[in-house]
Ligand binder design. Sequence first.
Ligand code: 3UK
Length: 542
Amino acid sequence: MSYSAHVDTFTRDNLPPAEQQPEFLFDLPELKFPERMNCATELLDRHVAEGRGGRLCIQAPGLRWTYADLQQHANRIANVLVNDLGVVPGNRVLLRAPNNPMMAACWFAVMKVGAVATATMPLLRAKELKHVIAKARVSHALCDLRLAEELKLAAAESPELQHILWFNDASVDGLEAVMAKQSAEFRNVDTARDDTCILAFTSGTTGQPKATMHFHRDVMAACACWPPHVLRATPDDIFMGTPPLAFTFGLGGLLLFPLSIGASTVLLELGGPQDLVDAVLKYQATILFTAPTSYRAIAAIAGPLRGSTLRICVSAGEALPAATRALWKEATGIEMIDGIGATELMHIFISADEAHALPGATGKVVPGYIACVMDDDGKPVAVGQVGKLAVKGPTGCRYLADERQAKYVKDGWNYTGDAYSLDGDGYFHFHSRTDDMIISAGYNIAGPEVEDALLRHPKVAECGVIGVPDSERGQVVKAIVVLRPGNEPGPATAKELQDYVKQSIAPYKYPRQVEFVASLPRTETGKLQRFRLRQTTQGENK
Ligand code: 3UK
């Protein structure tokens, strides 16, 4: 490790022990990073220094910032952090806002001062924020005034959080007023490539969220692998999407990747599907990032996107059912790019571009990474067999002081917790989360396969398939279904769906129980919360 710029050594002190760290691979020439690097210099200041300061960088309603504008905002905020709030390199700075330009400027300011950005999902409540603050020992916070309430409640019970500044705040002590008094020049802290710059909390569908640690070099590695090899955007592309910047899917797709190539991004505080369609047309977006469920929701009203500027649609966060891929292509003519990423690995490591998409498969391993499907002893299984997905590359899992590190990383491999198979052509096929595999009368059944079959039925809007306890079979397959408007729930529809599944996949996989609901529980990142389905569902066909 190179000497650290961190004065506050908390993150380095809490790295997992060496023997529990994943193996890192830096074989690609673009992954040979210099010892000293600050990702803000690479992603932001470099463009201004090389004469691209006048290029469009960020758009939002009523706002257009060039690269020079973003740099000046970030520099002023960096000066506030150091001069007014006493931030030293290594301090954790909590960031909290909907996706908007000030959130992006604050993120870069934190990088510039050599501190550690701890971004939080907008919907988190005080109790969850308290956990984040305590776990990351957050000393400072920059927060959008509109999300103040829960942070104030959390701060009242968090003695370590000493300083909060509010932004998008017109008052005399708001960040905007304070930063106006500071210089627009800032010399970035000379951080080491292996200084932590992000603490990203896992979206945690179960258990306490874990804090993953990423270095300056990890940020640049994420920009060097999937984007140039699969996304292949150009400096004239206009990026847009829904994932929060606090989620590494959103941070990469909506901020790091466009800036890494001098392109521009549109940051939106979004409402429903119609807002997104309208925004693509209004800003002439060319690249869209969102989750499968959102593509499904938009497909019905996506007609106007056909023949628009939109040319690339990226889906991640959970498996993309082949049915949803087909629906989107029918509506817009666009073949989606699916990709599996994880907070632990920062971004996408298995994916396929439009030309190589294989419906029902996630794709091939992204250059820079290697992936294997393993058995329970950590040995690769045969082609076509289902096993545990294990990955290695330039990024990898480092949980901050967490014994679950030993579960995610074994023998240098990152185990994502997903059941996958690999086919003879190098395509990886998602089956389910390892813990979600349904075992019924001795058969292994992956819920997502049954979901894909159900989603093809014209009456089905959304569905989730889980295993429920059964005295005879151990578990039985149960489908929880949201019907499209105008369809009647009831035994007749349940029977119709059951027969439909029996005809399209192996009959033993059909849902013996079907329940109709108005909506499914999802995380802020669009993931179905199966554990909540398991908790709340009971009974026979209802
Ligand atoms: C699941 C997928 C099948 C899978 C993420 C892109 O989702 C992201 O990170 P999280 O930590 O969750 C990771 C887990 O989500 N998953 C994600 N994408 C897919 N399963 N197909 C997919 N395309 O279980 C994985 O282990 O919330 C996604 C980029 C950055 C991210 N952090």
